[in-house]
Every structure is written in structure tokens, then in C-alpha cells.
Design a binder for this molecule. Structure first.
Ligand code: 8YV
Length: 316
């Protein structure tokens, strides 16, 4: 008998999907129309032993409570802020995620967003397409990156990978996170506000969750200032989004480049209407190679668990 699992979202890797179907009896929730999912899950819940979910969806207390046989939740992502550990821990349910394999791609997107904002690439793309070049409409010069300061909020794997890339652009680097990072040569700011105050670019790379919710608030955005740019590839929850929209609209903040939002996939109309923002739909890890590697870790963790072997990437 193959173990039964709920698959909450599809992987773009055909190999990953084939392996899931080969090794497990999969209940593919993502194939069911949104309005029928609750009934679908209720119909199979009694025998489900594993859940393969995304970083954004995680697993809430209500779903966990519906699954009396649940043993393992395999998150196809690094972020576990949407996993309700309080609901899982007392039942000894194990959780895995996908650290390491997405670091480079997420860091690449952070740099791509930073460059897009600094060189205003979306605006210039529109300019060329609209024939404004031929019409002789002048282009405002951008600001060079060389010598500017990038402040990295959250100096884990992704934050450090962003810093390494930005160093190659001749930028100065600082970071802030609550605990001092040992063995790094980038200086730590005294606080998040201090980091923002001393930075031209504030790149958010910290985890989501209760501890960081809304920490990039009006005061931090104010400290970043009218010439400052906010880049967020982490979680929308870290930023006070209404404060961000207000600061961008009234010029107290220069620009923002965002891959993540408070209420995805909803993006406030007030944000999409602004010219000084670059927006992408939470695609930091969305490359063929990385999504395959992430999905493979999900498969391998599930296989290890059901074979009684040690998990590859357990969340402590
Ligand atoms: C993905 C993510 O969007 O790793 C994360 O925490 O948010 C992203 O890589 C998502 O988890 C895809 O399944």
C-alpha cells in the first residue's frame, strides 16, 4: 500500500510530479476547482499521512485537525511562516522545507529587481515601445550603483548571497538582523531603522512570521528616505503595505521593487498605479532548475520519512 498524501500545488517539474505519483497515492488538490476543494479534502482526509504544500500555503490548524493520520508536512519552499507549528508539534508531525537549493535564484531576482528599479527598466521599456525615443522625449539619468550602500535586512543564506552579488557592483554593504552573524565581514547596523537610515537600498531577506510582521514600518521607510529604494523578495508580511504605498505616493520613499505582497495574489491598485515601483508575482525561485531541485527535495523527504530513514532537510 502506497502512503496517501495531499498535493496542494503542482510542481513545474514533470519528473517531480511523476515521482510523486509513482511512490504515493496522491490526492491532487490543485486539480480541483477552488470551490470544491474543501469537500474533496474531507472525502480523503481520514487516510492521508502526508501533505506536500508550498511556502505560501503552508498548513493551517484547521487542515491539520482534519487529518487524523498526518505524519509529515513537506514544504516546497524555504519559508515556513505559513505552517502552524502549534498545531503540529503536540502531535509529533514532522516538517521539511527546501533550504539551499533556491538561494542563488532568489538572490538573482533581488539583484534584478534592484537594478530594474535603479535603472528604471520597466519605464524605459514602455518608453521605447511607445515610440517616445523617436519622438525625442528626454530620458532622465539614473543614479549609479557604484559606491551606494545596500542594507540587507536578514543575513541568512539568501541575504549573504545578495550581498556577495551587490559587492561585485561596487556597492557598500551593511546588514541587520536581531542576532549577530558570526564570521561575516559585513558590518551590522545598530537597528533596522539605523540600517535604513544609512542605506540607499534596503533589501528585505528576513523570514516571515509573527516576529518580523510589519517591521518595515512607516518609520523605517521614512529613514530610507526620498532617494531610497525598498527591495522585497522575502514575504509581504514584513512590510506595512499601506505605509509603503503612502510613502511612495507622497515622495517620502524613492522607489520600491517587490516580488512579494501582503495579500497575494492581490496587489493594491494604489501600488500598481505608481510609476516608481517594479512588481513581479512572487517568482524568486521560479526557474526550471530550482523548482526541480525543490520538488526533488519534497519527494526525497517524503520517501525518507515513509522508509524510516532520516529526513534530508527537517525544520527544527
Ligand atoms: C515559492 C517561497 O514561491 O521558498 C519560499 O518560501 O516563497 C517560494 O520559493 C513557493 O514556496 C513555491 O512553492
Amino acid at each position: 500500500m502506497k502512503p496517501e498524501i495531499l498535493v496542494m500545488a503542482a510542481s513545474p517539474s514533470a519528473s517531480v510530479m511523476a515521482q510523486l505519483d509513482q511512490h504515493f497515492t496522491c490526492h491532487h488538490v490543485w486539480r480541483v476547482p477552488a470551490g470544491e476543494r474543501a469537500a474533496f479534502i474531507a472525502g480523503v482526509a481520514a487516510t492521508v499521512r502526508g501533505v506536500a504544500t508550498t511556502g505560501m500555503a503552508g498548513i493551517g490548524a484547521a487542515l491539520a485537525a482534519q487529518l487524523p493520520q498526518l505524519e509529515i508536512v513537506a514544504v516546497n519552499g524555504i519559508g515556513v511562516d505559513a505552517v502552524d507549528f502549534d498545531a503540529l508539534r503536540p502531535r509529533g508531525i514532522r516538517v521539511t522545507n527546501t533550504p539551499g537549493v533556491l538561494t542563488d535564484d532568489v538572490a538573482d531576482l533581488a539583484v534584478a529587481l534592484l537594478l530594474s528599479a535603479s535603472r528604471r527598466i520597466p519605464t524605459l521599456d514602455t518608453y521605447v515601445r511607445a515610440g517616445q525615443w523617436q519622438a525625442g522625449v528626454p530620458v532622465k539619468p539614473a543614479r549609479a550603483l557604484r559606491g551606494k550602500v545596500a542594507g540587507i535586512y536578514g543575513f541568512g543564506r539568501i541575504g549573504q548571497a545578495v550581498a556577495a552579488r551587490l559587492a561585485a557592483f561596487g556597492m557598500q554593504l551593511r546588514y541587520w538582523q536581531p542576532n549577530v552573524k558570526a564570521g561575516v565581514d559585513v558590518p551590522r547596523a545598530a537597528s533596522l531603522a539605523d540600517l535604513a537610515q544609512g542605506s540607499d537600498y534596503l533589501v528585505v531577506c528576513a523570514p516571515g512570521g509573527a516576529a518580523t510582521k510589519g517591521t518595515v514600518d512607516a518609520a523605517v521607510l521614512e529613514a530610507l528616505g526620498p532617494e531610497g529604494t525598498l527591495v522585497n523578495i522575502a514575504r509581504g508580511s514584513l512590510v506595512d503595505e499601506p505605509a509603503l504605498v503612502a510613502a511612495l505616493a507622497n515622495g517620502r520613499l524613492g522607489a520600491a521593487a517587490l516580488d512579494v505582497f501582503a495579500d497575494e495574489p492581490a496587489v493594491p491598485a494604489a501600488l500598481t498605479a505608481l510609476p516608481n515601483v517594479v512588481l513581479t508575482p512572487h517568482v524568486g525561485s521560479l526557474t526550471v532548475e530550482t523548482r526541480h531541485a525543490m520538488g526533488q527535495l519534497v519527494v526525497d523527504n517524503l520517501l525518507a520519512h515513509f522508509a524510516g530513514r532520516p529526513l534530508l532537510t527537517p525544520v527544527a
